[in-house]
Design a protein around this ligand. Structure first.
Ligand SMILES: Cc1ncc(COP(=O)(O)O)c(C=O)c1O
Length: 362
């Protein structure tokens, strides 16, 4: 897939149209890429399923002369293959790095910004990310984070929060758990036109590459907890960072840290991770489920004012904000119970078969 990155600025029609066109082109073949990229038939045997490489170390013909693999933490055929799959699925992506969890991805990316840096983060960021920023990066690296409501803050407020040492604007959209929707092109435009030029990172866990393509909207880094939609089976804990072609130097820095920190996955990159193909199908089904859950909650809430209790990401809103794949006239697709009563109704409905800690269909 050719890694084209569209201009991240403005919400103008030209941008939206080219973004949509590129998204549509990319979605054509998404399922095929999910199954085949990184899973090419073995050249020696013709096996269509890649062999699992259990070896931790690799024979060298001479000192430092090898076939591209030396030690499994630094590089492993299964991880390399899986990283190619991820780069092909995240539209606009050229480089992908797989980590042992979404949290290990966060830790590695935040290590890359060095000591005494500053981050601007959406205020409703995933709790573990908030904890890492405020307890680990802050205490161990002297990294300060300014948490802002990036959904509602005006441009001036965001611009003023950016300091000379601001290395990163951290977006999660929709946020976990209250589904705040962040206008990614707006934030990209503010960041990239600012004299201090912070990078824009989007945690795309919630929508997955199937529904959202932040790199096509100008984001510099996309991260995922693969533990959620992308794997789809609730049997793998992993994470990833994906970058566009023009961030080859940043890719090198993250790959260095991936190896230095050792936040790599021992086994998940093997056959089990082919769940990512299921993730794509699961997304489509989840859209229908969100609508059904909302109906149940609507019936169950005493005063009928479901909008006051449930934050629902409406398809049309997602479409307007540049989430391709959503229809302007479409239905509600994601619902989250807010107060306990609403959460209880949703969880007790038979639409949610398991009460577990996970984003996804369950
Ligand atoms: C949005 C988001 N990002 C990151 C993470 C962390 O991922 P992991 O649990 O794979 O470490 C989570 C986990 O729930 C999440 O919801």
């Amino acid at each position: 897939m050719s890694p084209i990155v569209l201009d991240g600025h403005s919400n103008g029609h030209a941008h939206t149209d080219s973004f949509k066109k590129r998204r549509e082109e990319d979605m054509d073949g998404f399922g095929t890429r999910a199954i085949h990229v990184g899973s090419e038939p073995d050249q020696q045997t013709g096996a269509v399923i890649p062999a699992i490489s259990l070896s931790t170390t690799y024979k060298q013909e001479g000192v430092g002369i090898h076939k591209g693999f030396e030690y499994s933490r630094s590089g492993n055929p299964n991880r390399n293959a899986f990283e190619r799959t991820l780069a092909s699925l995240e539209s606009g992506g050229a480089h992908a790095l797989a980590f042992s969890s979404g949290s290990a991805t966060t830790a590695t990316v935040l290590s890359s910004i060095g000591p005494n840096a500053h981050i601007v983060s959406v205020n409703d960021v995933y709790g573990g990310t908030f904890r890492y920023m405020s307890r680990v990066a802050k205490e161990n690296q002297g990294v300060d984070t300014t948490f802002i409501d990036l959904e509602n803050a005006d441009e001036e407020e965001i611009r003023q929060a950016i300091q000379p040492n601001t290395k990163l604007i951290w977006i999660e959209s929709p946020t976990n758990p209250t589904l705040r929707l962040i206008d990614i092109p707006r934030i990209v435009s503010i960041a990239h036109s600012h004299p201090f030029k912070p990078l824009v990172l989007v945690d795309n866990t919630f929508l997955s590459p199937y529904y959202s393509s932040p790199l096509l909207q100008g984001a510099d880094i996309v991260v995922h907890s693969l533990t959620k939609y992308v794997n789809g089976h609730s049997d793998v804990v992993m994470g990833a960072a994906i970058l566009p072609a023009h961030h080859a130097a940043l890719r090198e820095r993250l790959a260095f840290l991936q190896n230095a920190i050792g936040a790599v996955d021992g086994e998940g990159c093997d056959g089990r991770v082919r769940g990512h193909a299921v993730g794509a199908v699961e997304e489509g089904a989840a859209a229908g489920d969100g609508l059904q859950v909302r109906e149940v909650v609507e019936e169950g809430v005493a005063d009928g004012g479901v909008d006051e209790h449930v934050r629902v990401a409406v398809e049309g809103e997602l479409a307007q904000r540049g989430f391709a794949g959503f229809d302007e006239d479409g239905a509600q697709v994601l619902a989250v119970g807010h107060p306990r009563e609403v959460a209880h109704i949703a969880l007790e409905s038979r639409l949610i078969p398991e009460r577990i800690s996970r984003l996804g269909r369950d």
